[in-house]
Design a protein around this ligand. Structure first.
Ligand code: NAP
Length: 338
């Protein structure tokens, strides 16, 4: 295995920061991981697993060993009358995977069209959009245990999926390199138009007149109208998570801010759109030096020029502070800061 020295991570972080990894190995197969383990490389220094860097903010150069996930491949491993079982390697693009399944008429991923990033990152935060989540389709996954050098299988329930969360973000953080995911798709897709922008997009149509191709196309349209073109603006998508606010707290907030949007998350909590909170604090479209909030979507931070990771982080902290000051709600980062 080649370990590259002082490898530029500029193409591997969508904020476009000029960051260097002191040591980096390109992982193309699971055997590459075994080789690194056998050479004792995985316990020498801190490990960072990276794909396209669409959800990461680097504070500075990376001193440990970066494992660049480029494991490719997808295959149908089983099917029955109703379902297709697809095994997908971690280094496949999520967007390409969704397009592939939609083209084949297999339902389940269409509401998650155009979420950036790689398949291996999807279980970590249980990605989801417009009423669908990875946990609805994932059967199990395989991961390489960086500590023991063994391949371990995790079932859907082992992953303890929650709202944008799993054991790979909490109790098992940084321990596993996810190598592939098995998903179950439907040959007779059920169309989910539960989210308002989607329902509005198909107003006047009956649900059985809408196909998964229509849904996927509509979601692309919605996203393109709200999100910046990554070729023009360096950004990492939603910087903040939509907070879960407990029901009592929401009741009090509604007394002061009657128009605050909210959606039940479970018995005790409601989701509140972070974008609404940020906008109410006057941040939407605001720019300080090289960093700003995108004018059409307040969740997205933009590197307008040669911002450093530190500048972006300070800007994000200022947003957190003003939201907390006004609403008493703590915004968490969706982006990983390393
Ligand atoms: P949005 O559609 O404006 O929604 C904002 C918030 O309201 C989210 O918490 C969303 O829940 C909730 N919400 C809206 N309509 C709802 C409904 N009918 N039922 C239940 N909850 C509802 O959000 P956005 O920022 O423009 O993003 C669009 C979609 O992409 C959202 O689903 C968002 O979660 C998703 N997204 C996912 C990722 C990711 O997985 N990494 C990153 C960015 C955005 P949900 O969050 O449960 O949808």
């Amino acid at each position: 295995m080649i370990i590259h020295k002082d490898f530029s991570l500029n193409p591997y972080n969508t904020f476009g920061l000029d960051i260097v990894a002191n040591r980096l190995a390109i992982i193309s197969t699971v055997d590459d991981l075994h080789a690194l383990y056998d050479n004792g490389e995985l316990n020498k220094s801190k490990i960072l697993i990276l794909s396209k860097g669409s959800n990461i903010l680097f504070r500075g150069h990376v001193t440990g060993l970066v494992l660049l996930n480029e494991i490719q491949g997808k295959e149908v491993i089983d099917e029955d009358e109703e379902n297709i079982f697809l095994k997908v390697s971690a280094g496949e693009s999520w967007t390409d995977l969704v397009d592939f399944t939609v083209k084949n008429g297999w339902g389940g991923l269409e509401n998650m069209t155009d979420i950036p990033g790689m398949v291996g990152a999807a279980p970590i935060q249980n990605i989801g959009a417009y009423g669908a989540e990875l946990k609805d389709v994932m059967v199990n996954l395989e991961a390489f245990d960086l500590l023991t050098g063994k391949i371990v299988e995790f079932t859907n329930s082992d992953c303890n999926f929650g709202y944008r969360s799993s054991i790979f973000k909490t109790t098992h953080k940084n321990r596993y390199f996810i190598t592939n995911v098995i998903i179950k798709l439907s040959k007779e897709p059920k169309i989910n138009l539960s989210y308002k922008p989607l329902a509005e997009g198909f107003a006047g149509k009956l649900v059985n007149e809408v196909t998964i191709k229509d849904v996927s196309r509509k979601i692309s349209e919605i996203r393109n109208s709200k999100l910046p073109d990554p070729d023009k603006f360096n950004n990492a998508g939603s910087f903040f998570k939509n907070p879960l606010v407990n029901n009592n707290k929401l009741k009090n907030l509604k007394l002061v801010y009657s128009s605050i949007p909210s959606y039940p998350a479970d018995n005790k909590y409601h989701k509140v759109p972070a974008a609404w909170l940020i906008e109410q604090c006057g941040w939407k479209g605001k720019r300080i030096g090289n960093v700003g909030v995108y004018e059409k979507q307040a969740l997205v931070l933009i590197n307008y020029g040669n911002a450093t990771g530190k500048e972006i982080l300070e800007f994000a902290n200022s947003i957190q502070q003003s939201v907390y000051k006004k609403f008493g709600v703590s915004l968490e980062f969706e982006v990983n800061v390393v």
